[in-house]
Design a protein around this ligand. Structure first.
Ligand code: XMP
Length: 189
């Protein structure tokens, strides 16, 4: 009923139980987050590493808020395999990893959950010779991590529940929702 009032009960929206973070809230929060990042990365060429596919939407919005010289790389990692529970290990799927030797790196991911993904990526980029690696996430799940890992920058803290939208998917769907929300339980297979 709440969604009907917003006029978004159609199409992909009909599978949404509730909206956690609106488009407007994301926009306003990213403006502030980008300023924090800029303080640490001012006037220096940086490498932005986007973790596919979940961080794509977040990264598109963040990059455009960071007016510093940058190159953009994508990393294809898998830990969730499109389901709602983490598999517990992180795989690097690219044949060739980005060249980050001597560089300052900003890793962008959609969500910090168990911490496995961000931990593995930061460690690997360090092994590849990055001078400094910082992590930035849209969502920070408030929970005990499986490995020691916190993001240097985070837009929103959320409860430990499965979320979709703004890049986050369930079995590949819902990445194009402009907000972050929770699915109706009947959608879960
Ligand atoms: P870890 O556990 O490695 O998780 O910190 C990071 C990756 O797991 C995925 N993930 C989710 N994807 N809704 C999603 O659509 C969720 O609630 C969720 N929690 C974790 C995500 O791909 C992230 O990069």
């Amino acid at each position: 009923a709440e969604l009907d009032l917003l006029g978004i009960s159609d199409g992909m929206h009909r599978d949404v139980e509730k909206i956690l973070i609106t488009e407007e809230e994301i926009r306003m929060r990213l403006d502030v987050l980008a300023q924090k990042v800029l303080i640490d990365f001012a006037d220096e060429e940086i490498v932005v590493v986007i973790l596919l596919k979940g961080a794509l939407v977040f990264a598109a919005d963040m990059c455009r808020r960071l007016p510093v010289p940058m190159t953009v790389e994508c990393l294809n990692v898998a830990s969730y395999h499109g389901d709602i529970k983490s598999s517990g290990k992180v795989e690097f799927l690219d044949a060739k990893l980005p060249e980050v030797g001597g560089k300052k790196v900003l890793v962008l991911d959609d969500i910090l959950d168990t911490g496995l993904t961000m931990r593995a990526v930061i460690d690997r980029l360090g092994e590849l010779g990055a001078r400094e690696v910082r992590g930035c996430v849209l969502l920070n799940k408030l929970k005990v991590r499986d490995v020691e890992c916190e993001a240097d920058y985070k837009a929103f803290d959320i409860e430990d529940e499965f979320v979709i939208g703004y890049g986050l998917d369930y079995r590949g769907r819902f990445r194009n929702l402009p907000y972050v929300g929770v699915m109706k339980s009947e959608v879960i297979e």
